[in-house]
Write a protein of this length. Structure first.
Length: 291
């Protein structure tokens, strides 16, 4: 069976994307935020029971909004592309800057642009920037990257923004905490965070592309890590966060246990990574920058 999949992959029709795709215009998204949206996200990404979970905004909350654009990208593009290309995207990294911390906002205007398209050993790397505004107040900026798996870039790399640089830390952990991944979590996160794709909630589809089963959303792993660090070190005060970053490096299957390692902590920054039971890193370069 595996040999058949390899042969099928080797002789597949190669998808291609031109480098001038970077100049494609993305339409604005007008998004209405409810207290229920906020409380649902905070609930599904919390580590401990949190009272008044409408009283703070988790920095990863914005990913459920950008996902509406990424998932339906052709609906927002001025010039449509082959939808088969969009089905190949694999989330690689998240970088979010908080400009104005607000506990509540009802409406957001999201402006998006492609900031990088470049060649990658597994296909084509794509960066999209999302700017969030509420009544002309700049709330946040998100940079989301993904790999268009197996898609060939025709033309030169186009990069308009320098990527976030993380510190390479080789030291003993300050502390290590366990994060248990329940078998139902991908479904719960899909429902409450509105971040869903077949590999997360359709076991038959996941197995059809060579996975052992459904996998957990990377943003869920990242969000739970932030929640645990904020609970342990910052008295659940999310308003202290200025910036967060992480790179997703391995698949996380549900009914699993992960180890969050806090590698560095000072007045301005917390660095961390996450490893699975086999010792492999599933998240690298984890960074929380403080105000």
């Amino acid at each position: 069976m595996k040999l058949f999949r390899y042969i099928k992959y080797f002789f597949r029709k190669r998808l291609k994307i031109p480098s001038d795709f970077a100049y494609n215009t993305i339409k604005d998204l007008h998004y209405s935020v409810s207290d229920k949206n906020i409380s649902n996200y905070n609930e599904v990404t919390s580590i401990f029971s949190v009272e008044n979970n409408q009283d703070f905004i988790h920095p990863l909350f914005f990913t459920q909004i950008s996902w509406k654009i990424i998932k339906n990208l052709n609906e927002f593009l001025e010039e449509k592309i082959n939808p088969d290309i969009l089905n190949t995207i694999v989330h690689q990294s998240e970088h979010i800057k908080i400009h104005t911390y607000k506990k509540k906002f009802s409406n957001l205007n999201v402006k998006s642009e492609i900031t990088e398209i470049s060649k990658h050993k597994k296909g084509t790397k794509l960066f999209i920037k999302f700017e969030y505004y509420s009544k002309n107040i700049h709330i946040a900026t998100e940079y989301s990257s993904g790999i268009l798996f197996g898609v060939k870039l025709t033309g030169e790399n186009i990069i308009t923004k320098k990527n976030f640089q993380t510190e390479n830390i080789n030291t003993e952990a300050v502390w290590i905490k366990s994060i248990k991944i329940d078998e139902k979590l991908p479904y719960e996160y899909a429902k409450k965070a509105n971040i869903d794709a077949p590999i997360h909630t359709n076991p038959k589809f996941a197995k059809s592309i060579g996975l052992k089963g459904i996998v957990l959303q990377g943003t869920c792993t990242f969000a739970k890590a932030i929640s645990l660090i904020v609970a342990e070190e910052f008295n659940n005060d999310f308003s202290k966060i200025k910036e967060v970053y992480a790179r997703f490096t391995n698949i996380v299957y549900p009914y699993n246990e992960l180890n969050l390692r806090l590698l560095k902590l000072d007045e301005k920054i917390a660095n961390f990574d996450i490893i699975n039971t086999k010792g492999k890193k599933v998240l690298k370069g984890g960074t929380i920058t403080l105000k």
